[in-house]
Design a binder for this molecule. Structure first.
Ligand SMILES: O=C(CO)[C@H](O)[C@H](O)COP(=O)(O)O
Length: 151
């Protein structure tokens, strides 16, 4: 599976760690930056191209990282066709797939250990969408809204 990833300075080390671990696990990692540590960089510069790449690559997934993950989730959800979920434990990571069919997960690099972040990401990447009709119906309502009102 191809996995697009992006992070600002606040999660630069986490991104480097996840690229290494997930590459070793067999994922095809595409790194959208930051490509070096810069304490004044801005997460939309990296997250928006990452989310656009996920939107254009239907079987792929995405990981967007910052200090909290909040701004990164917000940025990713600006891209048409993208659903990004914020995870702070493995239950949130699983529900983002099972209930929300999110293709991007947002994590805060300042919120947990590297190993806990890896566990969340692995759950996210390994969990399928439930395809339960109630979730399909709700996601269709979101798609309908996006198609009628956005972009
Ligand atoms: O999590 C983030 C956005 O949601 C950013 O990574 C965070 O705001 C960066 O903070 P600072 O510039 O103080 O290092």
């Amino acid at each position: 599976m191809r996995v697009h990833i992006a992070a600002d300075h606040a999660a630069y080390d986490l991104k480097e760690f996840l690229v290494k671990e997930l590459t070793a696990a067999g994922y095809d990692m595409v790194d959208h930056g930051a490509h070096s540590y810069d304490s004044s960089d801005d997460y939309p510069v990296f997250v928006l191209p990452c989310a656009e790449a996920v939107a254009a690559d239907p079987e792929s997934r995405g990981i967007v990282l910052g200090g909290s993950g909040n701004g990164e989730q917000i940025a990713a959800n600006k891209v048409k066709g993208v659903r990004a979920g914020l995870a702070y434990n493995t239950v949130m990571a699983r529900l983002a797939r099972e209930h929300n069919d999110a293709r991007i997960v947002a994590l805060g690099g300042r919120m947990q250990s590297l190993s806990d972040a890896l566990a969340m990401v692995r759950v996210f990447l390994e969990t399928p969408f439930s395809n339960d009709p109630r979730h399909v119906r709700r996601l269709q309502l979101l798609d309908d809204y996006e198609n009628q009102h956005c972009c």
